[in-house]
Design a binder for this molecule. Structure first.
Ligand SMILES: C[S@@+](CC[C@H](N)C(=O)[O-])C[C@H]1O[C@@H](n2cnc3c(N)ncnc32)[C@H](O)[C@@H]1O
Ligand SMILES: [Zn+2]
Length: 328
C-alpha cells in the first residue's frame, strides 16, 4: 500500500481492499458492486442477496436474524432513545457530542482501555489484517490501531446501531479503523483466509451456535492465525445455576433485554475450542480489581478472587477469562 507524505492513506486504496475479502453472508460467493450508488449484490444471481454500503460502513447482515440478534439492536436503540429524552433540550449536534462522551466515559470503555494499555499491549504483538467480531462501538479495534498502527482493522457487529456508532466514535477519536461491517459472527461475510488475526470481547457467550461461529472464525483466519478472546467468563456448573437463573445477574439481564446470555465452564470452553481444532496458546484469568470498577461489589469480589489460588478458579470460582487461540 502506498503512503502519502502526511502519513495518511489515499482514500481510493482504503475503499478498495475490502472488496478483495468480502463474501456473501448466505452462500459465500463473491459480492459485486451494483450500478446504483452504494448497492452491492451476491455474484450468484440464484442467491439473490443484496445490500449496501456507505463510505467505510458495509451492511453484510444475512436476510434473516434470530430474535436475540434483533434484541441486540433493539435494546441498544431503546437505550439511546432514553438517553436522548434525558437531554431533550440539546440540539442534535450537542446530543451527538453528549452521546460520544457518554460512551467513552462508560466503564466498558475506560476499563478496556486501561486493560489494553497496561496488559494486553505488553503481552501481544499484532500484525497484518484483523477482524473484530461483536465489536459494538468498535473500541477494541480502535485500541489495536492505536497500539499497532501498521495493522488494518475491520470491526463488525450484528447490531446496526452499534456499527454506526463505531464509525462515529472512530472518526471523533482518530482511531483510523479501516472498515465497519454489520455482520453475524456465525455467518461471517469474508472469504477464507482473509485475516491474520481475530479479536472479540465479551461476544462469544451471546451466540446461539458457538461451534458454527468458531468454524466461521477459523475459516476467516489464515493458517497459524490467532483469535484474541477477552472479557469472557469461566464459571462452575453450580454457581452457574444461580448466575443464569431469574434471580442471578445474568438471568435477570437476559429477561430485561431479550439478549441471549450463556455462561460456560472452563472445560466447556476448552472443548469448544478443541472441537474446532484451535490450540489454546494462552489462557489468562483476568482478575485485577483495577479493571473491575463497574460497581463496588464487583471490584470487591475481584479483590477477593485475586487472592485465591489458581486451582480454585480452574475448579469453577467465577472469574473473567481471556484466551489466545491459534488455528492449527
Ligand atoms: C457484551 S457486548 C460486548 C461489546 C464490546 N465487544 C465490548 O467489549 O464492550 C456483546 C456484543 O456482541 C454482539 N453480538 C451478539 N451476537 C452477535 C452475533 N451473532 N454476531 C455478531 N455480534 C454479535 C452484540 O451486538 C454486542 O455488541
Ligand atoms: Zn449469495
Amino acid at each position: 500500500m502506498t503512503t502519502i507524505p502526511n502519513g495518511s492513506r489515499p482514500v481510493e486504496s482504503r475503499q478498495e481492499w475490502i472488496w478483495s475479502i468480502i463474501a456473501c453472508p448466505e452462500c459465500g460467493s463473491p459480492l459485486v458492486a451494483e450500478a446504483t450508488d452504494g448497492g452491492l449484490a451476491c455474484e450468484r444471481s440464484a442467491c439473490g442477496f443484496r445490500s449496501s454500503h456507505r463510505g467505510q460502513v458495509y451492511n453484510l447482515l444475512p436476510r434473516s436474524l434470530d430474535q436475540f440478534q434483533h434484541a441486540e439492536h433493539n435494546w441498544r436503540q431503546q437505550h439511546y432513545d432514553r438517553l436522548a429524552r434525558s437531554v431533550a433540550q440539546m440540539s442534535p449536534d450537542q446530543y451527538r457530542t453528549f452521546r460520544l462522551l457518554d460512551t467513552i466515559t462508560y466503564y466498558s470503555f475506560t476499563s478496556q482501555f486501561a486493560f489494553f494499555r497496561d496488559h494486553f499491549s505488553k503481552q501481544h504483538r499484532l500484525r497484518g489484517r484483523g477482524l473484530e467480531v461483536g465489536g459494538s462501538n468498535g473500541q477494541l479495534s480502535g485500541f489495536v490501531k492505536l497500539f499497532y498502527p501498521e495493522t488494518e482493522m475491520v470491526t463488525s457487529d450484528v447490531a446496526p446501531v452499534n456499527v454506526e456508532l463505531a464509525e462515529e466514535l472512530a472518526r471523533l477519536l482518530g482511531f483510523g479503523t479501516d472498515y465497519f461491517v454489520m455482520a453475524d459472527a456465525e455467518r461471517l461475510p469474508f472469504r477464507p483466509g482473509s485475516f491474520d488475526f481475530l479479536c472479540s470481547s465479551g461476544m462469544l457467550h451471546h451466540l446461539g451456535d458457538m461451534r458454527r461461529a468458531l468454524r466461521a472464525g477459523r475459516a476467516a483466519l489464515k493458517p497459524g492465525g490467532r483469535w484474541y478472546i477477552v472479557n469472557e467468563l469461566s464459571i462452575g456448573a453450580l454457581p452457574r445455576l444461580f448466575w443464569n437463573s431469574r434471580l442471578g445477574q445474568k438471568g435477570k439481564w437476559a429477561l430485561t433485554t431479550g439478549i441471549r446470555e450463556n455462561s460456560y465452564t472452563l472445560s466447556e470452553w476448552r472443548r469448544f475450542f478443541a472441537e474446532q481444532e484451535f490450540k489454546i496458546v494462552d489462557m489468562y484469568f483476568q482478575r485485577d480489581p483495577r479493571y473491575k470498577l463497574l460497581s463496588w461489589p464487583r471490584a470487591l469480589y475481584y479483590a477477593a478472587v485475586a487472592r485465591l489460588p489458581l486451582a480454585l478458579l480452574r475448579a469453577g470460582v467465577p472469574c473473567e477469562i481471556n484466551f489466545v487461540l491459534e488455528k492449527q
